[in-house]
Design a protein around this ligand. Structure first.
Ligand code: MF3
Ligand code: CO
Ligand code: CO
Length: 264
């Protein structure tokens, strides 16, 4: 299946879904504190999405996933299942929210530090965020997927971190995961060319040690094999005729200073 080009009507629905997903991250932020359990955070997000947004939490029952958000703490790379364990000082956590509104998906995640985190944790938080923006900022018609992979990989490795290969970004729309796969490593000049109207995510996972991951016996939780720290951020994007629109943008996020083409 090739990447779909969204019609103006579909683009508007993607904008609405993206805004709702971003709003959930804004809403949950004051609750992300030492002593809260990840299943409490899940319950608060679930109720907000269902009762306030009149939307659907996409992860719930997706391929058997048991909760409404993913919560990935410290060495968890992605797809952490919310549970009774409480956050404590020095932890870092990624909260990944995907909502379905009017049949369309918005998918976004951000990192939080609980108090002052160790240097390696701070580093993967920063480098994964910068790497995501380095990839975002070259999005426009004609850019190739390999161009995006290369800038993300280069930024990550020049900061002495590694890019996870086992998970990738993805096309998104009426389906949670659509073509194309958006790899966070690669070579410029290779891969599919972007066209206006495409929607996809960029969501690099960056480890402080080696890139290899393994999935725990719960069949979801992916962790670093070497137990090093892992960071991830995610935005859903629309390719515009002149550049990109970040559909999941939050007002608390000021893009890094190297970003030149924001929402053009
Ligand atoms: N939100 C994740 C992504 O960015 C996917 C989570 S799948 C789930 O693609 F089943 F774990 F929710
Ligand atoms: Co995603
Ligand atoms: Co996601």
């Amino acid at each position: 299946m090739a990447a779909t080009i969204k019609t103006p009507q579909e683009q508007e629905k993607m904008r609405v879904a993206g805004k709702l997903a971003a709003d959930v991250l804004d809403m949950i932020t004051p609750y992300v504190k030492a002593g809260v359990s990840t299943e409490e955070l899940d319950q608060i997000c679930h109720d907000y999405i269902v009762d306030v947004q009149n939307a659907v939490p996409a992860p719930l029952d997706y391929k058997g996933f048991p909760k409404s958000i993913c919560t990935s703490v410290n060495q968890v790379v992605c797809h952490g299942i919310p549970g009774p364990k409480k956050l404590k000082k020095g932890d870092i956590i990624n909260i990944d929210v995907t909502v379905i509104k009017d049949g369309y998906h918005g998918d976004t995640s951000k990192m939080f530090a609980i108090g002052k985190a160790p240097i390696a944790s701070q580093k993967v938080m920063r480098v994964s965020w910068e790497a995501m923006w380095a990839g975002i900022d070259i999005v426009k018609p004609g850019t190739r997927l390999g161009d995006i992979g290369e800038v993300i990989q280069r930024h990550t490795e020049s900061n002495h971190c590694s890019v996870v290969r086992d998970f990738c970004g993805h096309g998104i729309g009426a389906n949670f995961h659509e073509d194309p796969q958006v790899l966070h490593y690669g070579r410029r000049g290779t891969g599919m060319k972007l066209e206006a109207g495409m929607c996809f995510t960029i969501e690099p996972m960056v480890n402080s040690g080696r890139p290899e991951t393994k999935v725990l016996p719960d069949n979801w939780t992916a962790v670093t094999r070497d137990r090093s720290m892992s960071g991830q951020w995610e935005h859903t994007l629309l390719v515009t005729p002149t550049g990109y629109e970040v559909l999941t943008f939050r007002s608390d996020e000021v893009p890094p200073s190297f970003v030149r083409n924001f929402n053009q």
